[in-house]
Design a protein around this ligand. Structure first.
Ligand code: PLP
Length: 348
C-alpha cells in the first residue's frame, strides 16, 4: 500500500493559507444586538448572513447518512467541491488529473478552467474501468483520479475491488463521485475510512429532489474536508437554500420516490427493448437509461417535436447511437412510450 499524506499532496500555498475570517466566524452564539457584519438591521427573512459552517444542515445530513459532521463538506453543488479539490491539490500548468471518459463532463471543465491537464483513460467498450491501466498513468504529477460510480452517462458501477486497488496502489487522492448511489444496489464507499486518500462526492440534486437548491457533498477524511472549508467562499450556501434543504429533508419524501424511480426504470427498460429501432438498453444503477437507437439524431428530433426532451449522448466515446433518458414520473414514462411506439423507423 502506497502512503498518502494530505499535507504533502496539497499545493504549498494552500497548506499555509490563512482563510478569510467572517463576522459569523468570529462571533458564534447568541447576542442581543448584532452590529458586526454591516447588515441591514431591519428584520426581514434574509437580512442576516447565513451560517458559513452550515451546522444545522450538516447535523441533519450526518444523521441521514450516518457520517460525522466533521467529515462532511457542503458546497454550492458538487461542482463547487470538484473545483475546490482541483484548486487545493493541482498546480496549474504542472500537475494533472486522470478521468475515465465517457463520464461526467465537469471534471474536465473544472481542470481546464484551472489550467490543469486532464489525462483521459477511457473505459473499455463494456464501460468497465481497468485499475492496472489507470495505475500505469500515475506519476509524480498525478494529483487526483476522478471515478464516477454509478457512472454518468453509462449507468454502470465500478466494482469496489477495482476502486480499492486504485486507492491502495496509486498513493494519490481518489475522488469517487456517487451522485447516483441512492438508485444503486451497491453500497456507498464512504465507510472505507481507512483510506485517507478517498473523497466521496454525493449531492442533494438527484435522489433527494433538491437540484434547485444547489447543495453538493464531499465526504471523507477530516483533514481534506477542513481544507475545503478553509478555501471555500465563506457564505457558499445561502440562508434560503440551507433552510429549505432542512425543511424538505425532514419531510423525508425521497425514500418513497427512489423506490418508484427504480421500479419505473426496470419497467421502462423492458418496454424500450420491445421497440424495433432500439438496439440496446444498457443496465443502469442510476435514474436514467442509456439507450442505443438506430438513428439517434432523428429520434431526438422526433421526441422534441412531441414535447419530450432527452439527452443526445451519441457523440460521446463508446456511446454511438445513444440517447440518455432520465426516468420520469409513471405518467411521463407512459407518455414517452406512447410517443415512441408511434415512431416509425424504417431501415432504409
Ligand atoms: C448530476 C451530477 C452531479 C451533481 O452535481 P450538482 O452540482 O451537485 O448538482 C455530480 N456528479 C455527477 C456524475 C452527476 O451526474
Amino acid at each position: 500500500m502506497k502512503s498518502f499524506s494530505v499535507e504533502a499532496a496539497l499545493r504549498p500555498h494552500i497548506r499555509s493559507l490563512k482563510p478569510y475570517s467572517s463576522a459569523r466566524h468570529e462571533f458564534t452564539g447568541e447576542a442581543r444586538i448584532y452590529l458586526d457584519a454591516n447588515e441591514n438591521p431591519f428584520k426581514e427573512s434574509f437580512n442576516r448572513y447565513p451560517d458559513p459552517d452550515q451546522q444545522e444542515l450538516k447535523t441533519l445530513i450526518s444523521k441521514i447518512k450516518n457520517i460525522e459532521a466533521k467529515r462532511i463538506f457542503t458546497g454550492n453543488g458538487s461542482d463547487e467541491a470538484i473545483d475546490l479539490l482541483i484548486r487545493a491539490f493541482c498546480e496549474p500548468g504542472v500537475d494533472h488529473i486522470i478521468t475515465t471518459p465517457p463520464t461526467y463532463g465537469m471534471y474536465k471543465v473544472c481542470a481546464a478552467i484551472n489550467n490543469v491537464k486532464n489525462i483521459e483513460m477511457p473505459l473499455s467498450k463494456d464501460f468497465s474501468v481497468s485499475a492496472d491501466e489507470i495505475l500505469k498513468q500515475v506519476n509524480s504529477f498525478t494529483k487526483i483520479i476522478f471515478l464516477c460510480s454509478p457512472n454518468n452517462p453509462t449507468g454502470n458501477s465500478i466494482p469496489s475491488e477495482v476502486i480499492i486497488q486504485i486507492l491502495k496502489q496509486s498513493g494519490v487522492l481518489v475522488v469517487v463521485d456517487e451522485a447516483y448511489i441512492d438508485f444503486s444496489a451497491h453500497k456507498s464507499l464512504v465507510t472505507l475510512r481507512e483510506y485517507k486518500n478517498l473523497i466521496i462526492l454525493q449531492t442533494l440534486s438527484k435522489a433527494y429532489g433538491l437540484a434547485g437548491l444547489r447543495i453538493g457533498l464531499a465526504l471523507g477524511a477530516e483533514e481534506i474536508i477542513s481544507t475545503l472549508n478553509r478555501i471555500k467562499p465563506p457564505y457558499n450556501i445561502s440562508s434560503a437554500s440551507q433552510a429549505e434543504a432542512i425543511k424538505l429533508l425532514c419531510k423525508n419524501r425521497w425514500q418513497e420516490q427512489i423506490a418508484v424511480i427504480i421500479s419505473e426504470r426496470e419497467k421502462l427498460k423492458y418496454e424500450l427493448t420491445t421497440l424495433n429501432f432500439v438496439k440496446k438498453v444498457f443496465p443502469s444503477d442510476a435514474n436514467f437509461l442509456l439507450t442505443q437507437v438506430s438513428e439517434p439524431k432523428a429520434c431526438y428530433q422526433y421526441l422534441k417535436a412531441n414535447g419530450i426532451i432527452v439527452r443526445d449522448r451519441s457523440e460521446e466515446m463508446h456511446c454511438s447511437g445513444c440517447l440518455r433518458i432520465s426516468i420520469g414520473t409513471p405518467d411521463e414514462n407512459h407518455q414517452l412510450m406512447k410517443v415512441l411506439r408511434d415512431y416509425k423507423y424504417s431501415a432504409a
